[in-house]
Design a protein around this ligand. Structure first.
Ligand code: GRF
Length: 203
């Protein structure tokens, strides 16, 4: 069973959806540790309430490499194998990414490569797209850029504002993240270029 290391900075609804999938037996994994870079993250209070191992490592004003080293040390001590970014509002250093090759996942609220970065739902509305969604992808050293594991789409309705669109996307995020983690944890996939395909590499 894969041990997950969850990194978050805020609300933590994706983390809670993952914890619930595990509880229901839909996702065969265990949460080794939940780390927040912000002391006031609601997600860390939720993790405490669930009795999970938690850690707050404040990042404000600290050099990226130094903070990343602390986080990686804590993840290793907890025996985390798969790192799950769940609303972690901090770019990982290339060094961090190299510590867990093809084992760091992120979720983003748009159909990448459209609308990377902050306020993806606002960007989608401003651009006028009629379909948006969410993307679970591997993390590489570039923002919202690594190979795509799974995407889910939602319609953008004429009545939408950024809140209603974000809510519709979030519902799909909560389904998508556990599905993507299950696939990667199973090992039953292969990466060809930027494509993540079902089935292992044949030896
Ligand atoms: C989600 O929209 C996710 O796609 C983005 O940050 C938000 C985190 O929400 N990366 P939550 O903290 O999981 O509720």
């Amino acid at each position: 069973m894969k041990r997950l290391g969850i990194l978050l900075s805020g609300r933590g609804s994706n983390f809670l959806a993952i914890a619930e999938s595990i509880r229901l037996g839909r996702l065969k994994a265990e949460i080794a540790i939940v780390i927040s870079n912000r002391a006031d993250a609601a997600g860390i209070a939720s993790a405490d309430a669930l009795g999970l191992k938690t850690l707050i490592l404040p990042s404000k004003g600290r050099p990226r490499e130094e903070h990343d080293q602390q986080v990686v040390t804590a993840l290793r001590e907890a025996g985390a194998e798969l790192i799950i970014l769940a609303g972690y509002l901090r770019l990982l250093s290339p060094w961090f990414v190299q510590q867990f090759p093809a084992a760091i996942l992120n979720i983003h609220p748009s159909l990448l490569p459209a609308f990377p970065g902050l306020e993806a739902q606002r960007q989608a509305l401003d651009y006028g797209v009629q379909v948006s969604g969410c993307t679970v992808h591997f993390v590489d050293e570039h923002l919202d850029h690594g190979a795509i594991i799974l995407q889910k789409q939602v319609p953008v309705l004429p009545t939408d504002d950024e809140h209603t669109l974000a809510e519709r996307i979030l519902e799909q995020e909560h389904i998508a993240y556990s599905q993507a983690i299950a696939l990667i944890a199973s090992g039953d996939y292969r990466i060809e270029g930027r494509r993540v395909l079902p089935g292992r590499t044949k030896k």
